[in-house]
Ligand binder design. Structure first.
Ligand code: NAD
Length: 436
C-alpha cells in the first residue's frame, strides 16, 4: 500500500483516485473546488460516469479514499503525487498551463517526505514534465528529492472505469529506473501491457495517439462526403475497409466530427508544438480543418432542403459530446445549436444527462425538453447530434406521429436506411444516400 495524493479531482483525477483506492492504496484526492470536494465527501460524483458512484462510495466507506481542499492535509504524507488538473486551451486556441503551474507550486510548498514521485497524468506538451519538476523544486520548503514520471491517461469518458481496469496499455515515461519501477508496481493489478519509456517519448505517445485517432475520424468523414456525391454508402465502405487488420474498424464511423475536451485541444497543442520547433504537421493541419467544416454538414443539408432556417422549429437530440456522459465541453451539438440560433431558428434540445451543463453555456437562447417526444412535437425538423442508445432505440413511428412533415438530419447515422425507408420520413444522414 502506498500513500498517494491526487492533485485535481476532475474526470481523470476522480477515476484515478477511486481506482487506485480500489486496488488497495491509501488515496487522498485534493482539489481547489470546495463545492465538488464537499459532494465527493458525501459519496457523490460531481459528474456522471458509469459505475463511478458505486466505487466512490465503497472506497469512502473503507477509509482508503479521502477528499480535501486543504493542500497541507493532502500532501503532508504523500509519497506519490498524481497531477490530473485540466490543461484547457486559451481563447486563441493555445494550451493553457496555468493549472499545471499552480499545481506544481502547491506540491512544492507542501511536500514533506524525503523522496516523492510526481506522476503527470494531465495531457501536457512534450517537455512540460521538465518544467513541472523545476517549478516544484523552486517552491520546496523542505529538503525533498523529486522524481518525475509521465503516465498519460487514455480513458474515454463514458467508459472511464472500464477503461482503467481494461486498458490497452499503460505508458510509464521516466528518466529514473527506481521511480519507473515503483509506478509499474502500482499499475500491475490493472493487468495490461506496460510500455516503459523516457519522459519525452511518453509525452509524445499521448499526443500522437490522439492525433492519429482524430485523423481516422476526419479521413472517414471526407470519404463519407465523397460517398454522398458518388452515391455510395459510407457504412458499407467503412465496414469493408475496417476488416483489413491493418486498418481496423474502430473510429471509422462517419458523422459530424470530433468534439469533447481532448481531441480538439490535443490536436491543436501538437500542432502548436510542431510550429514552435519548425517541423510542420501538414496532415494534422488538414485533420483540424476538415473537422471544423464537418460540423456544418447537417445545417447545409437543412438549408438545401428548406431554403432557409429562419423561424423554423428545430429539435436537437443530444448535447453531450458523446453518449454516457454529461460533459458538453467542446460538444459539436452546442456549436450546431448556437449556429441555428444565429440563423434565427427556434431550437428545442433534449439530452438524457447534459441539459443542466448546456444551460450553463446556452442559457435561454434555446428551449429544453425533458424527453425526445417533447422535443420533437410539432417541430419542422430534427437534428441528431449524439448517438445515445435512447435516440437509436426511439421508434421512428413517433416522428411520423408527432411531427407534421418529419425531416430528420442524422449526424450520427443512428438508424439503418432499410428501417427508415419503411416510414414516411425525409431522412438525411452522413455519407449515405438521402431518403426523400
Ligand atoms: P477536469 O476539468 O474534469 O478536472 C480538472 C480538475 O482540476 C478540476 O476539478 C479543477 O478544479 C482541478 N484543479 C485545477 N487547478 C487545480 C490546482 N491548482 N490544484 C488542485 N486542483 C486543481 O479535467 P479532466 O477532464 O479530468 O482532464 C484532466 C487532464 O487529463 C487534462 O490534461 C486532459 O487533457 C487529460 N485527459 C482527459 C481525459 C478525459 O476524457 N477527460 C482523457 C485523457 C486525458
Amino acid at each position: 500500500m502506498r500513500n498517494i495524493t491526487i492533485v485535481g479531482t476532475g474526470h481523470v483525477g476522480l477515476v484515478t483516485g477511486v481506482t487506485l483506492a480500489e486496488i488497495g492504496h491509501q488515496v487522498v484526492c485534493y482539489d481547489i473546488d470546495q463545492k465538488n470536494i464537499a459532494l465527493m465527501n458525501k459519496g457523490i460524483s460531481p459528474f456522471y460516469e458509469p459505475d463511478l458512484n458505486d466505487l466512490l462510495k465503497k472506497n469512502l466507506d473503507t477509509g482508503l479514499l479521502l477528499f480535501t481542499s486543504n493542500p497541507k492535509e493532502a500532501l503532508v504524507d504523500a509519497e506519490i503525487i498524481y497531477i490530473t488538473v485540466g490543461t484547457p486551451t486559451n481563447e486563441n486556441g493555445d494550451i493553457n498551463l496555468t493549472y499545471i503551474e499552480e499545481a506544481a507550486k502547491t506540491i512544492g510548498e507542501h511536500v514533506t517526505k524525503q523522496e516523492v514521485i510526481v506522476v503527470t497524468k494531465s495531457t501536457v506538451p512534450v517537455g512540460t514534465n521538465k518544467l513541472i519538476k523545476q517549478l516544484i523544486e523552486k517552491n520546496l520548503i523542505h529538503a525533498v528529492h523529486v522524481e518525475m514520471v509521465s503516465n498519460p491517461e487514455f480513458l474515454r469518458e463514458g467508459a472511464a472505469i472500464y477503461d482503467t481496469f481494461s486498458a490497452d496499455r499503460i505508458v510509464i515515461g521516466a528518466d529514473c529506473e527506481k521511480a519507473a519501477a515503483i509506478i509499474e508496481e502500482i499499475n500491475r493489478p490493472f493487468d495490461t501491457t506496460i510500455v516503459k519509456t523516457d519522459i519525452l517519448s511518453a509525452e509524445m505517445i499521448k499526443y500522437s495517439s490522439n492525433a492519429f485517432l482524430a485523423t481516422k475520424i476526419s479521413f472517414i468523414n471526407e470519404i463519407a462526403n465523397l460517398c454522398e456525391k458518388v452515391g455510395a454508402n459510407i457504412e458499407e465502405v467503412a465496414y469493408g475497409m475496417g476488416l483489413d487488420l491493418r486498418i481496423g474498424t474502430p473510429f471509422l464511423q462517419a458523422g459530424i466530427g470530433f468534439g469533447g475536451s481532448c481531441f480538439p485541444k490535443d490536436t491543436h497543442a501538437l500542432l502548436q508544438k510542431a510550429t514552435e520547433v519548425e517541423q510542420p504537421l501538414e496532415i494534422l493541419e488538414s485533420v483540424i480543418k476538415v473537422n471544423k467544416r464537418q460540423r456544418y454538414v447537417l445545417i447545409h443539408k437543412a438549408k438545401q432542403h428548406f431554403g432557409h432556417l429562419k423561424n423554423k422549429k428545430i429539435a436537437i437530440l443530444g448535447l453531450a459530446f458523446k453518449p454516457n456522459t454529461n460533459d458538453v465541453r467542446g460538444s459539436i451539438a452546442i456549436d450546431i445549436a448556437s449556429e441555428l440560433v444565429t440563423e434565427e431558428a427556434f431550437v428545442t434540445a433534449y439530452d438524457p444527462l447534459a441539459l443542466e451543463e448546456t444551460k450553463k453555456i446556452l442559457g435561454e437562447k434555446i428551449h429544453y425538453a425533458q424527453s425526445i417526444e417533447e422535443a420533437i412535437t410539432n417541430t419542422d425538423m430534427v437534428f441528431i447530434t449524439t448517438d445515445w442508445d435512447e435516440v437509436k432505440e426511439f421508434s421512428l413511428e413517433k416522428y411520423e406521429k408527432l411531427m407534421h412533415n418529419p425531416v430528420i438530419f442524422d449526424g450520427r447515422n443512428c438508424y439503418p436506411l432499410k428501417v427508415v425507408s419503411k416510414y414516411n420520413l425525409d431522412y438525411y444522414s452522413v455519407g449515405r444516400p438521402a431518403i426523400v
